[in-house]
Write a protein that binds this ligand. Structure first.
Ligand code: S3P
Length: 165
């Protein structure tokens, strides 16, 4: 099984993805980490050098090559992965998709202390960050909501995800 974990930055994709993979005895991958390893650079550096458009191309390629190489895994995607190219349709075609849905206020609480490594929000003031989350979440909801499963809970556990699958 290929299980794709989707959601906004700060929704807990990697932490929960790892636990779910462990329970399912499947290999775990994190798309940002795969990209950093392949490129030999941090996500921040990639954004600095080739901008978001360049990053999205690399991200699409990394997603496709993982799918082509493996048929069993849990993948934590990047927050924007489902919203570019045909990534969302592709993930739905080749595996199960689950959206970790969290309210903007909760995401704000989590992201204000975790901005540094995330180039899209790194330089925003708290006020700007709040607005950014609200706007982007609204914009991305139409992609996220194409997920086959929606885990609509702030206190999500790996067991709850397992019961949904
Ligand atoms: C992004 C989210 C990041 C990373 C990049 C862009 C986004 O991943 O892919 O900084 O567009 O939301 P996380 O969701 O793991 O922070």
């Amino acid at each position: 099984m290929r299980l794709f974990i989707l959601g906004f930055m700060g929704s807990g994709k990697s932490k929960l993805g790892k636990k779910v993979a462990h329970h399912l005895e499947l290999p775990f991958f994190d798309l940002d980490q795969l990209i950093e390893e392949k490129e030999g650079k941090t996500i921040t550096r990639i954004f600095e050098e080739i901008g978001e458009d360049g990053f999205r191309l690399i991200e699409q390629t990394a997603l496709e090559s993982l799918i082509n190489q493996h048929s069993d895994f849990v993948l934590s995607t990047g927050g924007g992965t489902p919203c570019f190219f045909n990534n969302m349709d592709l993930m739905n075609e080749v595996g199960k998709t689950i959206y970790l849905k969290l309210h903007a206020n909760i995401l704000f609480g989590r992201l204000k202390s975790a901005q540094v490594k995330r180039p899209l929000i790194a330089n925003l003031t708290e006020e700007e960050l709040k607005l950014f989350i609200e706007q982007k979440l609204l914009e991305r909801e139409s992609y996220y909501s194409k997920a086959q499963l929606i885990a609509d809970a702030p206190n999500l556990t790996a067991n709850k995800i397992l019961s949904l699958i």
